[in-house]
Design a protein around this ligand. Structure first.
Ligand SMILES: *Cc1c(COP(=O)(O)O)cnc(C)c1O
Length: 440
């Protein structure tokens, strides 16, 4: 705390904007980690191989020919609202990447979690001779023969929500025994949705960590069972890396220039770190140092920031600092970061910031009022990023030091989910942001 005063602010729950000054340029850093462009290519090829299966299996992937992707939307009125609330000008154009509209799961988890299930299904099918190799016909995965085959195996996950939905639905679609362990506080609609889609939901009268532990134990005692481990999964991470090349293509097709004179800012909600980490890794491989990736965490759950600042990574829990880990941004309520992701990300991510629940609530309501877009609370964390960049000394310093031409900047706040949230829950979330708060 003496060495790094920002830790004091984080511990005191003060919103911060922090720049990762330790990392070098992309060129200097890219070979300092075990994963590379080849891994991104491998993940991308796997998604492509399974596209025919998706098209056959999930109606809502037909339009995109079996690719799980969604649009991005410009949000000029929301941007004006941000400027007014924070009393600043935000240079550059602002967009929201609509992972709330992703097929199958309606959250960013569709990129990582479903990928991990694909990887597992493919590996089993090859090991057991069900397919001859990567160039075999992948529509076979939709056949009864394959479903019978996969019914001998289980895929298990422990979660309060979005991860379980993606893993549970994808695993059930292959014919796996799809088992989702949930804690007592998990939402009823999520349990109902999973059961309707063929997954088994095991409810535990415990908290999240304990539910995950019990799920893991149950899975480990069965050799035909595969456990999706949110905390240390490399496959989740690799699934996310492909998002960047898809986005790059969308932006290019729309004539949006990104280069040294036209910086790209990604504002990414961060829980365990897999999704922002994977997207950043992919984006750096495309745009190098012209992409600036910042991770957004709740003031009550700054696990990646504290893990990185203390250089203890998953060795620290927010509770070690007396922080309670409670937030309305439930998808980000991960009190201990991923060791794998945080150790990779120290070489690539440009910094992070923390937002209060009040800000998240207000951003959720204002985005709906100004643009008609509903995001779930965790998904709003990226929205205030551009404001922080101009509103904080650290942010302004960052722009100055890098000599960035912000008039040409593209800001993308990653909207990580929301379309699955039922009406009644939406109303509660919306109303939380209506409450008058002089600060916003
Ligand atoms: C999981 C999740 C995130 C964060 O992803 P991590 O890989 O945990 O960092 C953000 N938003 C939503 C809606 C999520 O479900």
């Amino acid at each position: 705390m003496q060495e790094k005063p920002v830790i004091n602010d984080i511990v005191n729950g003060k919103p911060v904007f922090w720049v990762n000054e330790k990392k070098g340029t992309f060129k200097e850093e890219k070979d300092n980690v075990q994963i590379s462009a080849e891994d991104i290519k491998d993940a991308s090829d796997r998604w492509d191989r399974f596209a025919p299966w998706f098209e056959l299996t999930f109606e809502d992937t037909k339009e995109t020919n079996g690719i799980i992707e969604g649009p991005y939307t410009e949000v000029p009125t929301f941007k004006k609202d941000l400027e007014k609330r924070y009393g600043i000008d935000i240079a550059g154009n602002m967009y929201v990447k609509r992972d709330d509209l992703l097929p199958i799961a309606g959250t960013i988890k569709a990129r990582g979690a479903i990928y991990e299930v694909l990887h597992h299904a493919e590996e089993l099918a090859i090991e057991e001779g069900m397919i001859s190799g990567f160039d075999d016909d992948y529509t076979k995965f939709a056949s009864d023969e394959f479903k019978d085959f996969f019914s001998n195996y289980s895929v298990v996950v422990g979660t309060t929500g979005n991860l379980g939905i993606s893993v549970g639905v994808a695993a059930a679609a292959f014919g796996f025994n799809s088992i989702v362990h949930m804690s007592a506080d998990a939402k009823q609609w999520k349990k109902d949705f999973l059961r309707k889609n063929g997954a088994e939901v095991v409810e535990h009268q415990t908290d999240f960590t304990e539910a995950v532990n019990q799920g893991r134990q149950a899975s480990e005692s069965d050799p035909n069972s595969y456990f999706v481990d949110d905390e240390d999964s490399v496959y989740l991470y690799l699934g996310y890396t492909t998002a960047a090349q898809r986005l790059a293509k969308q932006l290019k097709d729309d004539g949006i220039t990104l280069d040294e004179e036209h910086p790209l800012f990604l504002w990414l909600p961060c829980g365990v770190g897999g999704s922002p980490g994977g997207i950043t890794f992919g984006a750096k491989h495309i745009f190098g140092d012209n992409v600036h990736a910042f991770f957004a965490e709740p003031t009550h759950v700054p696990s990646l920031l504290l893990g990185t600042l203390t250089e203890q990574y998953s060795g620290v829990h927010v509770g070690d600092f007396g922080i309670d880990g409670k937030t309305v941004m439930d998808g980000l309520a991960v009190p201990r970061t991923s060791q794998f992701v945080s150790e990779v990300m120290k070489h690539f991510f440009d910094g992070g910031y923390t937002i209060t629940d009040d800000e998240a609530n207000r951003d959720l309501t204002r985005l709906y009022d100004t643009e008609g877009i509903f995001l779930e609370p965790a998904a709003t964390a990226g929205l205030s990023g551009p404001a922080y960049l101009f509103n904080t000394e650290e942010g302004r310093q960052y722009i100055k030091e890098k000599g960035l031409n912000m008039e040409n900047a593209t800001h993308i706040a990653w909207g990580t989910g929301g379309s699955m949230v039922p009406k009644e829950d939406r109303k509660v979330f919306y109303e939380a942001g209506v409450r008058e708060d002089p600060k916003f």
